[in-house]
Design a protein around this ligand. Structure first.
Ligand SMILES: Cc1cc2nc3c(=O)[nH]c(=O)nc-3n(C[C@H](O)[C@H](O)[C@H](O)COP(=O)(O)OP(=O)(O)OC[C@H]3O[C@@H](n4cnc5c(N)ncnc54)[C@H](O)[C@@H]3O)c2cc1C
Length: 395
């Protein structure tokens, strides 16, 4: 088997490339992956040029390529989406709107006609920003332990409790959240899925600074916050199963492999530059760079495996966990290698290395740490691979 494009995909790739060449100017937006990691990027301030670019993607129905046409998507095949994503990430161009692929499919699959009409079009147009209110101080990996309460009162629920690590809550107009509606039920069964305007009285958003001094997530407190019953998605107490909706249509995660490859290219450029100027980096680091390059090839192959499973109608399971875990841990190893190779200059937060070689080792190192925590920690991914993948016993 060879991973080359069919004639149809090759034509498609050319079309995507031509579109990018015509509409995207490199540098119009920061390379989101390079500076903040795939998870943090989506919540950053969106500048005007990025907005214009995303609007062009939307006008082509490429902003939500996998969504059905009736909801503004392109009904695109998995392989075409894969090629589209590949080319967008190669170009360093933003691919979608914040939270779109988390809340959109959930409303599409579980929302009623009114909820779909109210929320999907403005989401696609980028007119509403959303945040995800799932994690709580006592409920992260074990999310079903969440304690935020929603109690019925007439046509409303009254919400009390706290969420944490809520990315983008300070910029969002809406939150999709899970709250406990039946504390007596087994923990997965007493949860409901609600849509909540962030302007509701009783909500307090407090910033949490991350270790790179960035403000992307927050604590959110609820004190007698009223949300209409009609804002519930799906049945009462069945919210856990609504929240477990397959969140991502194209799960190959090719962005990680592409970003890793770009990082290594910058490191190679830096190392060659040092050698050319008579200040070669110590020889031992050459092998470290080679190891990262091989590991990057492994992530890329995992992405191809995942997309080929999806293209043949399967659902990647352990493969998606392997790719997420290995790719996020690799991002940390690459950042560490950058720190080793660039030595003292790489420790600076603001360094000429960024201008000359596109390298920002200290900031990259601080920014990639959350990647092995967000969206399922490495330990949880290993548990999934152990049980669902290898059939190892629990415990
Ligand atoms: C950058 C970033 C953005 C985020 N954005 C959001 C957001 O927008 N909305 C939101 O709701 N949440 C968000 N989160 C929270 C994220 O979902 C949680 O951090 C994650 O689920 C882990 O939960 P926790 O932090 O409570 O850690 P815990 O679950 O308490 O885990 C602590 C440690 O114990 C390990 N551990 C836990 N359970 C097991 C187990 N069964 N076996 C082995 N080891 C285990 C974990 O791997 C981890 O190392 C974000 C997190 C990050 C880092």
């Amino acid at each position: 088997m060879r991973f080359t494009d069919t004639p149809e995909l090759a034509t498609w790739r050319e079309r995507v490339r031509a579109f990018i060449a015509e509409h995207w100017t490199p540098g119009d937006s920061h390379d989101e992956l390079a500076t903040h990691g795939p998870n943090a990027a989506a919540y950053e301030e969106i500048n005007d040029k990025t907005r214009q670019w995303l609007d062009k993607l939307a006008a082509n129905a490429w902003i939500a390529p996998a969504w059905p046409k009736e909801y503004g998507g392109a009904d695109m095949s998995v392989l075409k989406q894969f090629v589209l994503n590949q080319e967008l990430h190669e170009a360093g161009a933003p691919t979608s709107r914040p939270m779109m692929n988390l809340v959109g499919p959930t409303i599409m699959l579980h929302g009623n006609a009114e909820q779909k009409a109210e929320h999907l079009p403005p989401l696609l147009r980028g007119e509403t920003r959303w945040c995800q209110g799932f994690s709580e101080p006592g409920a992260g990996s074990d999310l079903a332990s969440l304690q935020t309460r929603a109690v019925r009162d007439g046509d409303d629920y009254i919400i009390n409790g706290q969420k944490i690590w809520t990315s983008g809550a300070h910029r969002a107009q809406w939150m999709f959240m899970m709250a406990r509606t039946d504390p007596a039920a087994p923990k997965h069964r007493g949860i409901s899925y609600l849509l909540l305007p962030m302007s509701s009285p009783g909500i307090t958003v407090r910033p949490l600074m991350n270790m790179a001094d960035g403000h992307s997530f927050n604590e959110v407190f609820f004190e007698d916050v009223r949300v209409p019953l009609r804002n519930r998605i799906g049945e009462e107490n069945r919210g856990w199963y609504v929240g477990a909706t397959t969140l991502d249509f194209e799960r190959s995660n090719i962005s990680r492999a592409i970003h890793s490859r770009k990082s290594i290219a910058k490191l190679v450029d830096y190392t060659r530059g040092r050698a050319a100027s008579g200040h070669a980096v110590p020889a031992g680091y050459r092998h470290e760079i080679v190891d990262r390059a091989i590991e990057t090839a492994v992530v890329e192959q995992l992405s191809f495996v995942i997309v080929s499973i999806q293209a043949s109608g399967g659902v990647p399971n352990k493969e998606a966990s392997m790719c997420k875990m290995f790719g996020s841990e690799l991002a940390q190893r690459i950042a560490l290698t950058e720190m080793h190779v660039t030595s003292m200059a790489g420790q600076l937060r603001v360094s000429p290395l960024l201008e000359v070689h596109g390298l920002s080792p200290a900031m990259a190192y601080l920014s990639v740490i959350p990647q092995t925590i967000a969206a399922g920690s490495s330990e949880i991914q290993r548990n999934i691979i152990a049980t669902r993948g290898l059939g190892l016993p629990r415990g």
